[in-house]
Structure formats: C-alpha cells, structure tokens
Design a protein around this ligand. Structure first.
Ligand SMILES: *Cc1c(COP(=O)(O)O)cnc(C)c1O
Length: 357
C-alpha cells in the first residue's frame, strides 16, 4: 500500500470491528446474515470489507449496481454469492455468476427465459423497486411465469425499520407473509435490513441484509448505539496561527475572534466529505480535547480553535470524525443528515488505513 503523503488526510477503518458487528447482528437475528457492501461498502471500501466478512464466514453479499458486482467478484473470486439489488439483463454479468434481483414482471420474464438463479423482490410499501401489488397478483394467478427460475430468495425491504413503533412495519410484515405464501411458498425469505433485525420475531427471515450497522451506524436511533465504532477521519494540522481580537476566519468572514485566539488549519474540507453545512457546528478532537470548528469549512481546509489545547502543533493529526461525541451519527445530526450520507460522502483523496483482523 502507498504510504501517507505529507498533508494527506487518513481514513481509518477498523475491519475487526466490522466483523464483530456482523457477528453481533447474526447472534441477534438468530439466522443467517448477509453483508450489504453497495456504494463501495458505504464508502469504506467494498474489497477489504467484503474480504474480511468472507473470511469470517459471510457467504452472501449485496451490491446495488452491476458494475459493483463485477468488481466484487474479481475481488472475492468464486464461492461467494453476490446479489445485485438493481438487477441486470440476462448475460450482462458475463461469467461472474452474479445473482440479479427481479424488480418487475419484465425482469421475471427475461430471467425465466434465460433460466437464471435470482432473487424475487416483492414491494410491500417502498414504491421504489420490486413487484407491485398488481404484478404480485398476476404471479399468484399464473405460477408458470416463474418456471425456469431458480429462486434463491424472495425479498422485501422495510420503509420505517428505524422507527420501531411505526405502524408500517407490521403492515409490511403482514403483506410480505401473505404474498410469499401465494407466490413463492417454500422459497427462502430475506427481510430485515440493519434496523429490522432489532424489530423482533416477525422480522426474522432466512437472510437479513444489514448495511449501516456493520459500519457502526446506530440501527436503533433514540436508544444507545449497540454497534462498535468503525471509522475515524484524521487530518493534518498545517499551521497553528495566533490571531488578534477582531480578526475574522475564513470565507465570508463569518467568525470573529473576540479576544486573541489560536487557530489550527487542517488539511481536509468539504471535498473530503466534511460537509460545509457543519460550519460553526462541530468540533475536532486533538490531544483528547475538543477543538471547536470556527468559520466556514472550505473545500480543502478547515479551521479549529485550539486556544485551550496548548500542545497543538503543525503536524498533529486532528480527528474530524470518530471518537467521543463525534461519531458519524453525531456529525450527521449537526448538519441535518444521516450517518449513511456522512460515510458515503467521504471523498477519494484519503489514505485509507485498514486495521486488519
Ligand atoms: C441498502 C439496503 C439494505 C441495507 O440497509 P441498512 O439500513 O444500511 O441496513 C438492505 N436492503 C436493501 C434492499 C437495501 O437497499
């Protein structure tokens, strides 16, 4: 692996923590659990993440796009089951032996004619992908439409799993159970995402599909996070500047020092997924202390008030994300988004440092 370049920000990814989270989710589910590694494993690197999970015994991986599936097959080699959530036309996977998700009747017809192994997706309330109620009725009336397919699983996806009291959860469980018994009785079912695993017995299936919880995002918002933290983003302090009362910091001169302050300029910004919406609303961790973010986040640089952190020096590494009170979920809450978006926004210029098992 290439070494860290001077001034390069570091994205630390704790693979043993991801594996521990996967095992923990398996124990809670009480049934097999896949690894969802779409969008480059939520920005953390599909190759290293999937290899670590595969080595721990994970047999099935979900990606979103065909291209992600092809890349993952090249990484994992034969043996693992790789399911493509968006589906793909018969033959488009070449010899990669990917498994398409069938999201409408056209997919069903095409892959039945081709004799594919596939996952059948029944929509129960997302109105996004998956056979709608009318298509489900057509399948129930004419089971011959499925002839030729080897159905590995029949799946659905929860809309409100992170809100345990939302009535939609029970509605979807009932719709799914009814549809499976009419359309694909005896076929293995895949139901819960991360949060769904925490909803109880009615949401257990033959294969859960957790993504975010593997990566340390809280699958039970509103309750303490049961998952281990996985990610830490560190950027180098390029300078520590002494500024005088009345001096302003950054674009828009949006922050003014009321007294002499020491400002650390670090080499990461919104191009690295440290969102501009965090301006004035977050902090970094340096020498175990909180350094408030002052002024606006720029593309490549961010400024922190380190007046109270005497040891702060150029060359220090300040943690932008990760650590006490600064998890991806914490960061997300400060700028009106969710931890998923924080992780998948992390840019491409990091040095990625994987802690191996
Ligand atoms: C993204 C996705 C998942 C994983 O969801 P998390 O909330 O990250 O656990 C599972 N199933 C489908 C269909 C998805 O699109």
């Amino acid at each position: 692996m290439t070494p860290v370049a001077p001034g390069q920000a570091v994205l630390r990814i704790d693979l043993p923590a991801i594996v521990a989270n996967w095992r923990d989710l398996g124990a809670r589910h009480g049934a097999p659990v896949a690894g969802v590694v779409k969008a480059d494993a939520y920005g953390l690197g599909a190759g290293p993440v999937a290899r670590a999970l595969r080595n721990a015994g994970c047999g099935t991986f979900f990606v979103a796009h065909l291209t992600e599936g092809l890349a993952l097959r090249a990484t994992l080699g034969a043996g693992s089951e790789i399911v493509v959530l968006d589906g793909f036309p018969p033959g488009a996977d070449g010899d990669a032996r990917l498994i398409p998700v069938l999201n409408h009747l056209g997919d069903v017809a095409a892959h039945a004619a081709a004799g594919s192994a596939a996952v059948l997706h029944l929509d129960t309330g997302m109105s996004r992908l998956g056979l709608d109620a009318r298509e489900q009725a057509a399948l129930a009336e004419d089971a011959a439409r499925l002839r030729g397919l080897t159905l590995r699983f029949v799946m659905t996806h929860l809309a409100c799993a992170d809100e345990p009291d939302h009535p939609m959860n029970a509605v979807q469980a009932a719709r799914f159970a009814a549809a499976v018994s009419r359309i694909a009785p005896g076929v293995k079912r895949s139901f819960a995402n991360s949060s769904g695993i925490f909803l109880g017995e009615a949401f257990r299936s033959d294969l859960a599909r957790p993504g975010c919880a593997l990566y340390g995002i809280n699958p039970t918002p509103g309750a303490p996070n049961p998952m281990r933290q996985v990610v830490r983003v560190e950027a180098e302090v390029l300078q520590v500047r002494e500024i005088a009362e009345g001096d302003t910091v950054g674009y828009g001169a949006s922050w003014t020092a009321r007294e002499p302050r020491r400002i650390a300029t670090v080499a990461a910004g919104y191009a690295d997924g440290y969102l501009r919406a965090l301006s004035g609303r977050s902090f970094g961790l340096l020498h175990g202390r909180q350094a408030p973010l002052v002024g606006r986040v720029s593309m490549d640089l961010t400024t922190f008030d380190v007046t109270d952190i005497e040891q702060a020096r150029p060359g220090d590494r300040l943690a932008l994300i990760g650590g006490d009170g600064n998890t991806p979920d914490d960061i997300a809450a400060r700028c009106g988004t969710i931890g998923y978006e924080i992780l998948t926004s992390l840019g491409r210029r990091y040095h990625r440092a994987y802690q191996e098992a």
